[in-house]
Design a protein around this ligand. Structure first.
Ligand code: DX5
Ligand code: ZN
Length: 215
């Protein structure tokens, strides 16, 4: 059974609280919050207040996906807001080991994000320092983008690197995840399915979460 991380980018933003609660009730495991700065990607999204407000209404871990430059400068305000997991994009951070240490020092789980056009070989050097990995199957910036099929081999290669190093952390996939791609991703070795459009764009959020969980 896959874990499901519900990506609120695809919510009706006037109803984020109630839609998160519906996803939680349906069995979602994590709330995924994309934070975009208009620099690393052209889109602009959520800030720390949303994290603090969601923290009051849901028991689910809040996972901030930083799609922004200089992630270390955003760390203190999201730490204060009560975030549980912070993932930043490897290509947005020249000194990732430093950032990973700072995240952990703040008592937050540290995740590494790798974009669809970057290979996963550097994982070998970063694995001892991370609590989770997000492999992106779309370019950061928007929901509902075309799914990159190369993700399957990247999931498999990541599992191989984890086997070789003996260090295993959960592998999440972000972008274009639905029941069809999700099934193949789980078969390839993915642990957590991050889903936006296929959950919050569905006729029934509840049914969509349950279908993904069943994979
Ligand atoms: C894209 C975000 C994703 C996004 C995925 O930059 O990181 O979390 O919400 O959206 P879907 O599931 O619609 O592809
Ligand atoms: Zn994301």
């Amino acid at each position: 059974m896959a874990k499901v991380s519900a990506s609120i980018l695809a919510c009706d933003h006037t109803k984020i609280g109630e839609q998160v609660l519906e996803a939680e009730k349906a069995g979602a495991d994590i709330v995924h919050i994309d934070v975009m700065d208009g620099v690393y990607v052209e889109n602009v999204t959520f800030g720390p207040q949303l994290v603090a407000d969601l923290k009051k209404i849901t028991k689910l871990p809040l996972s901030v996906h930083m799609e922004l430059v200089r992630p270390e400068t955003f760390l203190p305000m999201f730490a204060k807001a009560g975030v549980d997991i912070i993932t930043f994009q490897l290509d947005a951070c020249p000194n990732p080991l430093h950032m990973l240490r700072e995240v952990k020092k703040a008592g937050i789980k540290a995740g590494l994000g790798i974009g669809p056009s970057y290979d996963v070989e550097r994982l070998r050097y970063l694995l001892p320092h991370i609590d989770g990995l997000i492999l992106m199957s779309v370019e950061p910036g928007y929901g509902g983008q075309p799914f990159e099929e190369s993700i399957y081999e990247k999931v498999k290669r990541s599992v191989e690197i984890m086997d070789e190093t003996g260090i295993h952390v959960p592998i999440s996939i972000d972008g274009g995840v639905n029941t069809v791609t999700g099934k193949k991703l789980v078969e390839a070795g993915a642990d957590i399915l991050i889903a936006g459009s296929s959950v919050f764009g569905a006729d029934s959020i509840t049914d969509a979460v349950k279908s993904l969980k069943a994979l």
